[in-house]
Design a protein around this ligand. Sequence first.
Ligand code: SAM
Ligand code: SF4
Length: 328
Amino acid sequence: MLDGFGRKIDYLRISVTDRCNFRCQYCMSENMTFMPKSELLTLEEITLIAERFIGHGVRKIRLTGGEPLVRRDMSDVIQRLGRKVNSGELEELTLTTNGSLLSEYADHLAAHHVRRINVSMDTLDPDKFSEITRGASVDQVLAGIAAAKEAGIKVKINMVALRGFNQQSLMPMAEYCATQGHDLTVIETMPLGDVGADRKLEHIPAEEFIAPLSDKYELRSIAHKSAGPARYMSVEPLGLRLGLITPLSNNFCDNCNRLRLTTDGKIFMCLGHNAHVDLRAAVRNEGIEAVDRLLQKALKLKPLRHEFNAQLDGSAEILERHMNVTGG
Ligand code: SAM
Ligand code: SF4
């Protein structure tokens, strides 16, 4: 699949639910309302649509949300998409999770060809963790991560950089990841949805966030590439692989290979734009073949780049859609 700018699109992110058992302050407002269950695709529909996308050239799928593991019966989706990895039709099936239910799911994920996952954890400090997630337990997440490691799954920790909140948490996080053999990725906050906070105040460029590491360690750029937009460095002699995702300070849209399916059946071609096509009604009325036509339409809608910088400095309107709808 090629978009209107000639970019090859082969990576699908599926938000399987907009619901979550956490309420991270930069992701959601305190009193989030979620989509009515009647509007959601069934898990069977999600799987059929994903399989159709694979037929069109999708090679990597990431399940996300909301929290993907809170959706009941996720095991079936994992098992069916895992079969596509086993058959070679899919290169990779991965997951972004808050880790809270990993202890329960780790063996199932490993058994169905999930080789690596991203777990979001912004600090190791129990009080700060509880504060940023509005009440979750970091110990539960650490236990989940340990279960994933034990099951043989490679873990990458996602840490959102928040000015004035978790700058002091970076050094312990880097040292924990290095000791455990996990990769670490620092992500700049994106202005998605009203969360009742000043996005501009909490934003910190990833380079500035990681600067204190170079007082103690040597940071070397490395050529490592993953399916996503991170650029990587190694932190020596710690032996840590550190990724930076810099949507605001260093745009990476030129190499974007992604499309996103939401839990209510919309294809969004960019996290930072509202342009989308609606698959749900078409698939229900016309059958799964409707995906073929609407996918071609969606490819033409993919914008050249997001407008997060303009949204952050107030010259463009902030998108109403929160991150849990389109998934990370
Ligand atoms: N619940 C899962 C989790 O937290 O990993 C998956 C969904 S979550 C929306 C995916 C990723 O997006 C997480 O790493 C989270 O920290 C990140 N995220 C959420 N809101 C964000 C925002 N406004 N800017 C940048 N990253 C954000
Ligand atoms: Fe839930 Fe993930 Fe959003 Fe946190 S970042 S509220 S864990 S969806």
